[in-house]
Design a protein. Structure first.
Length: 510
């Protein structure tokens, strides 16, 4: 059969499908931050101790981060549409359980279940985009929308979480997921038509599942524990050692088994590897910033939860603009590294402005322009990153390739929250110690000044991390701009050789 005869016509329902995929992605990203706003109220209502409150976040992060690769492989095996719908239904049921929680055990369990079904849902959503949008220009628009949601949804979660918590109660930060999930599941069931012949029906790599899940859980828990117990804590150190040993064993296993959970060809391609690494670093910086700005605005400046949420709107606007108006428009005209590198540097410039934060800093003249730069930079970089991470992979590998994008973000978020918060806490303690005289006369002022000093110290680290992310994107990613009529496909040829002219994209048999 000729190559021309093999070309699959675009799905006429693909743009409708994108709406439901984007809605599901928004729900998952919202959930990552919406619960943070409600946590103090849930803690009081259920009598959760300060020592245990972290498990509301940690239970979700461990399940989601640890099972993402498995979820991506299940999507390739079961089919992306089926996995997507199952993930949505499960996420809705877990959210209902969380909203109805009568004690801390129910709440922790519901969060873990949300993580499990989120690990099915997230890679299935991204891989559906990868196999449904084959024209390069349409792919740029689709991934522009997806990238804007992935980048800005967390800030939307702060707004929605503040409104629901203040106007209703904390339980609605869970219940709100149910209509999102129901609408997205019904739309997906009736609209999405997954391309034929794109499943990977190889036997499941059980050793790979166990090693990857345990390795990632150990890594995420290690960073999470470091935030509360410190970096020298024996269990923290043990978790990092265990994670390194398990992930090394996972890599060795994947190089030897016939049907690996994560084919190394997906990971070792320099372009995709560069995306995973640079995106993970960028998310480390961003998640830390969300945490610091939330505390700065609420604790230092006295903003209400709703006002805090709305204070993040410029960042959302910047991300949407950068993703849909800059990244999507230029993606088919310039190589991805020329968007990602400058994008991360622009975000670093916005972060650099925030190193000047003081107790009385003006929102209009400092925080607003910083957020706009951050949003524009991250939005411009996220869009080509999301697209390139699944570009040129075999359709049977698109689920696990999509899972790697989500894994880099989830693990990066956990690391960023723990690492930067620990740096901020250490800097705040050092400042308070060196200014003890002020504490004797005005302890509240010393507390606030120490907090802000800690934030700015950690933000300097975030600036450096974003600069490194930019350097990695420029150095590792060498794929040229995609052809305007490129078709994503099933052969293994891909773009692995790193040619500088155009992505070499294979054809999918119908």
């Amino acid at each position: 059969m000729s190559k021309t005869a093999d070309i699959r016509l675009p799905d006429p329902s693909r743009w409708k499908a994108l709406a439901f995929i984007a809605l599901a992605q928004l729900m998952v990203v919202l959930d990552a931050t919406i619960v943070n706003i409600a946590l103090p109220h849930a803690q009081t209502a259920l009598g959760i101790s300060d020592a245990n409150k972290q498990w509301v976040i940690t239970a979700y992060a461990l399940a989601f981060g640890g099972l993402l690769l498995f979820g991506g492989r299940i999507a390739d095996l079961w089919g992306r549409k089926r996995t997507f719908v199952v993930g949505l239904i499960g996420f809705a049921l877990a959210s209902a359980l969380g909203g109805a929680a009568q004690n801390q055990g129910m709440l922790f369990g519901s969060r873990a279940l949300q993580g499990v079904f989120g690990a099915l849902l997230a890679p299935a959503a991204l891989s559906l985009l990868a196999v449904m949008f084959t024209d390069a220009r349409e792919r740029a628009k689709a991934f522009g929308i997806y990238g804007a949601i992935a980048g800005g949804g967390g800030a939307v979660g702060l707004i929605l979480g503040g409104f629901l918590t203040q106007a209703l109660n904390w339980r609605w930060t869970f219940f709100v997921n149910i209509p999102f999930a129901v609408v997205a599941a019904l739309g997906a069931y009736f609209v999405i038509r997954e391309p034929a012949g794109s499943r990977n029906r190889s036997s499941l790599d059980i050793p790979g599942v166990v090693l990857s899940a345990l390795g990632l859980v150990s890594l995420v828990y290690g960073f999470t524990r470091a935030e509360s117990a410190g970096w020298s804590d024996p269990l923290t150190i043990g978790m990092f050692i265990a994670s390194g040993a398990l992930l090394l064993a996972f890599v060795v296993t994947e190089s030897r088994v016939a049907s690996p959970l994560l084919p190394l060809r997906v990971l070792l391609d320099r372009n995709r590897g560069g995306v995973y690494l640079s995106l993970g670093l960028a998310v480390i910086a961003m998640f830390g910033l969300f945490l610091f700005l939330t505390y700065y605005l609420q604790v230092v400046r006295g903003y209400s939860p709703i006002r805090t949420g709305f204070a993040f709107l410029p960042m959302i606007a910047g991300m949407i603009t950068g993703s849909t108006q800059i990244g999507a428009r230029l993606m088919t005209r310039v190589p991805a590294r020329k968007l990602m590198g400058p994008g991360f540097l622009t975000a670093a410039l916005g972060m650099l402005l925030l190193t000047q934060l003081e107790i009385g800093s003006s929102y209009t003249t400092l925080i607003l322009p910083a957020q706009l730069l951050l949003g524009l930079g991250m939005g411009t970089a996220f869009m080509p990153a999301m697209s390139l991470a699944t570009h040129g992979v075999e359709p049977r590998d698109s689920g696990v390739a999509s899972a790697m994008v989500n894994t880099s973000q989830q693990v990066g978020g956990a690391i960023g929250t723990a690492l930067l918060n620990t740096i901020a806490a250490s800097a705040a303690t050092a400042y308070a110690t060196s200014h003890a005289a002020l504490g004797a006369t005005d302890p509240e002022l010393l507390k606030l000044q120490s907090m802000v000093h800690g934030f700015t110290g950690a933000i300097w680290w975030a600036v450096g991390i974003l600069v490194v992310a930019s350097a990695i994107a420029v150095t590792f990613i060498n794929a040229g701009r995609p052809s305007a009529t490129a078709v994503s496909g099933a052969s293994a040829s891909g773009d692995a050789d790193g040619v500088e002219d155009e992505f070499k994209v294979p054809v999918v048999a119908h």
